[in-house]
Write a protein that binds this ligand. Structure first.
Ligand code: FES
Length: 172
């Protein structure tokens, strides 16, 4: 466990963050034999992502060792839920919905315009860590298609010609 922690720390994941996560794990009192096992693992991963911003492989390995479970179980949960991410996010995360309703209303053009203006692809982050782009599936607001979010703020009926105006809001 210490070795994994060392690797993560070397990769810039701070010691205090591990301490916060450790504190949470202790409070959850994870028991691999409990029927609550999966729910508790999900809560721990939520907390870890909240603390670190994302769930890189080294952190997943650390969590698996800490909980005495296989890394494959942790990575299985991380890859199953859209909410979890293994790549860092920018200060402003643009999440473009490419679900069917949004796609047929031109969400792919909106995505392409964000990619062009920010110079990154979906799943990437700008060099200054200011913006990242995510491609998501239906977020349950199909009536507003095409829909995207920037952090918590929802934008509906977006056209590719609106992209510059939206980015302007986050030029600080
Ligand atoms: S398909 Fe985009 S919100 Fe439902």
């Amino acid at each position: 466990m210490e070795a994994a922690k060392e690797t993560c720390c070397q990769n810039g994941l701070a010691k205090e963050m591990f301490e916060q996560l450790e504190h949470f794990i202790v409070s959850v009192n994870f028991d691999p034999c409990s029927p609550r096992r999966k729910g508790d693992l999900i809560s721990i991963l939520h907390k870890a992502q909240h603390i670190f911003g994302y769930l890189p492989k080294e952190l997943q390995i650390w969590i698996a060792k800490r909980l005495n479970i296989q890394h494959s179980e942790v990575s299985g949960v991380v890859s199953f839920y859209n909410y979890f991410t293994t790549t860092p996010k920018g200060k402003y995360n643009v999440a473009v919905c490419l679900g069917t309703a949004c796609f047929v209303q031109g969400a792919d053009k909106v995505l392409a315009e964000f990619e062009r203006q920010l110079g990154i692809k979906g799943g990437e982050v700008t060099e200054d860590m200011k913006f990242s782009i995510d491609v998501v599936r239906c977020i349950g607001a199909c009536g507003l298609a095409p829909v995207l979010t920037v952090n918590e703020k929802v934008y509906g009926k977006v056209a590719h010609t609106d992209v510059a105006k939206i980015l302007e809001e986050y030029k600080d």
